[in-house]
Design a protein around this ligand. Structure first.
Ligand SMILES: C[S@@+](CC[C@H](N)C(=O)[O-])C[C@H]1O[C@@H](n2cnc3c(N)ncnc32)[C@H](O)[C@@H]1O
Length: 296
C-alpha cells in the first residue's frame, strides 16, 4: 500500500492541478514554490531550524564584522520570521537593515519581533525576491534557505549581486539534498527523501543548490571568499525531526486527492524513527557561500 503511494508520476500531475486550484492570494505569492507553513504555523519549525543552523550563521556573521563599514546597509532576502535579521541588528547597532519576504504573515511576525526588541534600524518589507530592483546599494546582501525555494535561483542571485555595492559581500546559506543523512538505513526515511526529490522536480526548484552556489557565483563574476559545509548535530532530536516537520507542513499543499492516509502512516513512522535514541538523521548540512562583488 505504502509503495503504491509513491507512484509520483501520478502525484506530479496532481501537484500541477493543486497550483491551479489554490486561491489567488497576493499576500502569499511565494506559496507556489514555498510549500512550508508561514506565519505562526511555521514559526516553531523556523525556530528549530535556527537551533540547528543558527550558530553557524552567527559565527559566520561575526567573522565578517570587521569587513563591514560602521553604518553598513544590509539587505536580507527571504527573512522568514526575522530571527537572524534581528540578531544582525543587535550585533551591528549602527547598521541599516532592509529585510524582505514574499509572505505578509512572515513580515508581520518579523516586525513584532523587531519592535519587542526595540530595534529601530531594521525594516521588513513584503516583496518577492524575483522583483528585487536595487542597484549598487548594499554593503552586505544575505539570504538563508531561500534559493532552494525559488524556480530561478540564478536570476535571484543576479539580483542580489546587482543590489550589492562594488566590493560588497553576498552571503548565501543553503542546503543540498545530496548531504541528507540517515543512519542506520531506514525504509521510511528513504521514502520521505524520495518524496522530497519528487516534490522538487514537480515544483521545478533545486534542493541541491548548496553545492552549486560557488559555480553560480563565479559565473556572475563574484570572487569566492568562503565556501564551507557545516554539519548540524544529527543526534539532536530537533534536527532529527526537520524532515518530518517539513513534510507535515507541506502536506496541506499537496494535492487534495492525494492519499493523505498513507502519507500520515509514513510521517508517523518517520517520527518514531527520529525518536529512537540510535537514529541519526538530518535534512542537510548547511553550505555557507560568501562572494565579493568585483570593484571595476
Ligand atoms: C525556509 S524559510 C527561511 C527563513 C529565514 N531566512 C531563516 O533562515 O530562518 C524561507 C523563507 O523564504 C520566503 N520566500 C520563499 N520564496 C520567496 C521569494 N520568491 N521571495 C521572497 N521570499 C521568499 C518564505 O516565505 C520563507 O519565509
Amino acid at each position: 500500500m505504502l509503495l503504491k503511494l509513491y507512484n509520483w508520476s501520478l502525484v506530479g500531475c496532481l501537484l500541477i492541478f493543486s497550483n491551479l486550484l489554490s486561491p489567488a492570494n497576493c499576500a502569499e505569492k511565494a506559496a507556489d514554490t514555498y510549500l512550508l507553513a508561514t506565519g505562526r504555523a511555521g514559526e516553531t519549525r523556523l525556530a528549530l531550524i535556527d537551533e540547528a543552523y543558527g550558530h553557524f550563521s552567527r559565527s559566520l556573521l561575526e567573522s565578517l564584522h570587521s569587513s563591514l563599514p560602521e553604518n553598513a546597509q544590509i539587505l536580507s532576502i527571504g527573512c522568514g520570521t526575522g530571527t537572524i535579521e534581528c540578531q544582525m541588528a543587535q550585533y551591528w547597532p549602527n547598521a541599516y537593515i532592509k529585510a524582505i519576504d514574499s509572505s505578509q504573515a512572515q513580515i508581520d511576525i518579523s516586525r513584532d519581533k523587531a519592535a519587542s526588541l526595540g530595534l529601530k534600524k531594521i525594516t521588513f518589507i513584503f516583496q518577492d525576491a524575483n522583483d528585487l530592483i536595487y542597484e549598487n546599494s548594499f554593503d552586505l546582501v544575505y539570504a538563508r534557505l531561500l534559493l532552494i525555494h525559488v524556480q530561478d535561483p540564478v536570476s535571484v542571485l543576479k539580483r542580489m549581486e546587482r543590489a550589492a555595492k562594488p566590493g560588497a559581500l553576498i552571503i548565501c546559506e543553503e542546503i543540498s539534498s545530496s548531504s541528507f543523512h540517515c543512519e542506520p538505513p531506514n525504509e521510511f526515511y528513504a521514502k520521505a527523501f524520495q518524496l522530497t526529490q519528487e516534490i522538487a522536480q514537480e515544483k521545478k526548484v533545486d534542493y541541491d543548490i548548496g553545492v552549486k552556489l560557488p559555480g553560480y557565483m563565479a559565473d556572475l563574476g563574484l570572487t569566492l571568499v568562503r565556501f564551507s559545509r557545516q554539519e548540524p548535530d544529527r543526534a539532536n532530536l530537533n534536527v532529527k525531526k526537520q524532515l518530518f516537520l517539513s513534510l507535515t507542513e507541506a502536506k496541506p499543499k499537496l494535492p487534495a486527492n492525494f492519499d493523505g492516509q498513507s502519507l500520515d502512516t509514513l510521517l508517523g513512522e518517520l517520527e518514531k524513527f527520529a525518536d529512537q535514541d540510535n537514529s541519526r538523521i538530518s535534512m542537510s548540512d548547511l553550505f555557507q557561500v560568501v562572494g565579493r562583488k568585483t570593484v571595476k
